[in-house]
Design a binder for this molecule. Structure first.
Ligand SMILES: [Zn+2]
Length: 166
């Protein structure tokens, strides 16, 4: 069966048992946004013990902080009450150990792919970017994790807290 038909058939089954009241509202109950890679091997909810309704999950290639992540975080914080951000990169990422030039050649896309040389450095850059963005001042804590695809463990490399204003 073609994939789209499979999806729509699965949705028919899902809709039969759908309970709209299961999640009380649009506000993530853990006041949390998780940014991670689009890698199909990462089950974000399972890895971090999350349930439906508890967090915003934003995914892209590499789990890097892009303009669109900042746009989403602006709404996540100011409209939907989040104050904690988890950045989760992972081992064996397709963006690790490659260069922009290589990715330009492969894709033909003249965009900045934000490749990852070192997880600590890349997470540091992304934490700094969020922490220094004035409109993201509601964010009080940002952690940078590396999830190990093989072992399932997520290691915390960065744990940043905003100093409270006197
Ligand atoms: Zn990845």
């Amino acid at each position: 069966m073609p994939v789209v038909r499979q999806l729509l058939a699965a949705n028919e089954v899902y809709a039969e048992g759908h309970e709209p009241q299961r999640v009380p509202g649009a506000w993530p109950t853990r006041r949390l946004a998780v940014i991670t890679c689009m890698d199909a091997r990462i089950d974000v909810f399972a890895v971090l013990g999350l349930h439906l309704g508890e967090a915003h999950v934003l995914r892209n290639a590499g789990g890097r902080v892009t303009d669109d992540i900042l746009r989403s975080l602006a709404l996540s914080t100011h409209v939907l009450g989040t104050d904690t951000v988890v950045l989760m990169q992972h081992t064996k990422c397709g963006l690790a150990g490659v260069t922009d030039a290589q990715l330009h050649d492969i894709t033909g896309a003249e965009v900045h792919f934000l490749p990852i040389d070192d997880h600590g450095d890349a997470l540091g850059e992304d934490v700094d970017l969020i922490a220094s963005t004035p409109y993201l001042a509601p964010i009080r804590r940002i952690v940078g994790l590396v999830y190990d695809i093989e072992s399932g463990h997520a290691e915390c490399l960065i744990d940043w807290r905003r100093e409270s204003q006197p």
